[in-house]
Design a protein around this ligand. Sequence first.
Ligand code: C5P
Length: 222
Amino acid sequence: KQNIQVAIDGPASAGKSTVAKLVATSFGYIYCDTGAMYRAVTLQAMHNKIALTDESKILTMLKQTKISFKPGEPVQHVFVNDSEVTEDIRQPKITNSVSTVASLPSIRTELVERQREIAAKSSIVMDGRDIGTAVLPNAQVKIFLIASVDERAERRYKENIAKGINTPLSQLKDEIETRDRKDSTRKTSPLTKAGDAIEVDTTSMTIEQVVKEITKIINLKI
Ligand code: C5P
């Protein structure tokens, strides 16, 4: 039978990974968090004290770096060369540097290749910025998740508080806007809505409502 591909793209903190994981579980598909891969490369480059603009050094490092996932609740576990980085890749210093690494064309080429290999194995829900436009252009279902920047900053604020991180709301809003601007204006596969993507505005929706809406969209398409 044919593998189903569900591509979920959208700006920072729109709730993509939470919703993508729940949808994947309910359909029995695998889930791939491509943002975690760009974060893992950024973490590893910083760990090796490589300048985040040094494309050739980062690429050489990446070729020797295994990035893998294991299922977990409430979030899946992320590994770099077998050491767990699940929490480390969410640190604010990674969040605020990852767009620099994600703008490097050869790093994108390498990660996109790995993402397509993962998708070739099974039906999948993949979330990111360029899934519907570049990674899986033939995905049967493409969703573009958006929410107002105030709502996204507030969600991130609550998540941070739960983790003991105390960044002011206004700073989070600035950081989200800066990251969206970098991701939307880079030359290689910028964040943009695919022509055939369905936009879902989650500003005043609960997670359950978003999952329900996406489930409805998938069931119409498959
Ligand atoms: O989804 P998440 O916020 O974890 O993504 C972190 C960063 O990784 C994004 O801000 C973007 O710079 C980069 N990214 C990307 N393409 C993807 C997924 C993430 O450029 N498909």
